[in-house]
Design a protein. Structure first.
Length: 125
């Protein structure tokens, strides 16, 4: 619960107004954008890198956020459905599934979670 509130506050603080040149990612383009890459979420305590593996699994590790997440690392699964990036951690966020709309804004990506939370991230190789 603490991690969810922290992550919500952190990512809302990092969110920005959508730019005119933004591109919404969906379907196969969305899958290709994240599969085999690391997406780093911006938080006040530093980046939270999430590795999205090609096989539909994901992993993240963060010593800095362990106080909020309850552990230094977690694993989960991800998939694309209805033009959204969906994911479920094994432990973090109570193991609940969330889906995200991603909009590319230059080198950044603005995400909107299905419960309305928003934030910024970068996609790395």
């Amino acid at each position: 619960m603490r991690f969810g509130l922290f992550l919500a506050a952190a990512l809302m603080a990092a969110s920005s107004v959508a730019l005119a040149d933004e591109t919404e990612l969906g379907g196969e383009a969305l899958r290709k954008a994240v599969a085999g890459r690391t997406v780093s979420l911006a938080t006040p305590l530093g980046a939270l890198p999430i590795s999205y593996r090609i096989d539909g699994t994901m992993h993240s590790k963060s010593e800095e956020l362990a106080h909020y997440t309850g552990s230094t690392q977690d694993r989960g699964i991800w998939w694309v459905a209805a033009n959204k990036l969906c994911q479920r951690w094994n432990n973090w966020l109570g193991g609940k599934s969330y889906c995200f709309t991603l909009r590319r804004q230059g080198r950044s990506v603005q995400w909107t979670r299905n419960d309305g939370l928003t934030g910024l991230a970068t996609i790395r190789r």
